[in-house]
Design a binder for this molecule. Structure first.
Ligand code: SF4
Length: 365
């Protein structure tokens, strides 16, 4: 009788050949496949989808314009409740200083997200975008996760589409896929019940795509999700991409529970789990072109290994990272180190823009 090994290999061969695998097959991989076989297949798929002999990166800066938040997510060590002495909203001077520093090192993009602030008006966000756009016309504004957009829709009593149209008119270029966590309501009800639920999150990304804004999508593993729910998450993203094509990239993160309400309640996923899940994502998401390495949570060495498990991009060489670092995980990679790690993979390193167009051949910062 043929065993699971045969079944696993058949599914891997199918994915490598470019035939779409089903969610049942992906679950077999989740439950049965070994890391080495998954890595080999994910690398083959990456090489088919990205025959170029280089990896890419972007220089961006995380800007968290406010930490004031009423969503109370259990896994978040970054936010402060309104009225907390450590609550802040960045002034224009603080914001501009950050973007000037970014431009000084050749940065091209800001990733601007914040808490669910209860009092800021839509006009405040519109002015913010307008001011950045006019003061720094070369900077790409990647801002406001779907959860924030849903929050805006609630507090401004305005349909999501209109919120997106207003933000786009004010200067927004694209929407980051933050807050995706696991797109299964059972899980979201446990870790972030006040935040956008699955259909809301997908609805924002699908609507944004219809309004001409691209974005990214994410997945956070290592909390209360089952393996089947990881596949369900990937399946929702694949269907959304089939229908509306909102995503230029996918990123899987491992939850950092330290200093959050989940500390002691969940065990952080390690490199083994990360690389297995990443490989399966590369095999399953046949319609999402780019996958970024999660070196911020995994460190440079595992970040490098992720290229052998399906990644083709280092993501942002971030000048600032507040959310993960508040949870006690701080990994930094300099561009020189990134170039060495990339060369060890047999690849060149090239700087890109948001649209994955190479803008600097040599990868110098
Ligand atoms: S993850 Fe975002 S929405 Fe949730 S508490 Fe933190 S800042 Fe607020």
């Amino acid at each position: 009788m043929k065993g699971f090994g045969f079944m696993v290999q058949k599914i891997l061969d199918k994915a490598v050949a470019g035939t779409r695998i089903t969610s049942d097959e992906a679950l077999v991989l989740m439950e049965r496949a070994d890391l080495a076989s998954l890595g080999r297949a994910a690398l083959a798929v990456r090489q088919r989808m990205h025959p170029e002999k280089y990896a890419t990166y972007v220089i961006d800066r995380n800007i968290n314009y406010t930490n004031s938040c009423i969503a109370d997510c259990d896994f978040c060590a970054f936010y402060r409740r309104p009225g907390d002495p450590e609550e802040y909203v960045l002034s224009r001077d603080e914001l501009y200083a950050k973007i000037r520093e970014l431009e000084a090192i050749g940065g091209t993009q800001i990733l601007m997200q914040g808490g669910h602030h209860p009092y800021l008006k839509l006009s405040w966000y519109e002015e913010l975008l307008h001011d950045i756009r006019t003061t720094f016309p070369a900077i790409h504004i990647h801002a406001f996760s779907p959860s924030e957009v849903v929050h805006f829709s609630h507090i401004f009593k305005m349909p999501v589409r209109e919120v997106i149209q207003r933000l786009k008119a004010a200067g927004l270029h694209s929407i980051p896929g933050g807050g995706g966590e696991i797109l299964v309501d059972r899980v979201r009800q446990i870790i972030a019940p006040k935040k956008a639920q699955t259909d809301d999150w997908l609805g924002v990304m699908n609507t944004a795509a219809q309004e001409g804004l691209k974005g990214s999508c994410t997945m956070v593993i290592g909390h209360f999700e089952t393996l089947a729910e990881r596949i369900e998450h990937l399946d929702r993203l694949r269907k959304s991409q089939d229908e509306f094509a909102p995503y230029s990239a996918f990123i899987v993160w491992t939850l950092q529970p330290k200093h959050t309400k989940l500390e002691g309640r969940v065990e952080a996923a390690g490199a083994f789990d990360y690389l297995r899940t990443l490989s399966i994502a590369r095999l399953y998401l046949d319609n999402i072109p780019n996958i970024q390495s999660s070196w911020v949570t995994q460190g440079a060495k595992v970040g490098q290994l992720s290229f052998l498990h399906g990644c083709n991009d280092w993501g942002g060489l971030m000048m600032e990272e507040n959310v993960v670092s508040q949870a006690g995980t701080v990994h930094h990679v300099q561009v020189d180190q990134m170039r060495v790690l990339t060369a060890e993979l047999g690849l060149d390193l090239k700087k890109r823009n948001f649209f994955y167009e190479v803008i600097e051949e040599k990868g110098a910062a």
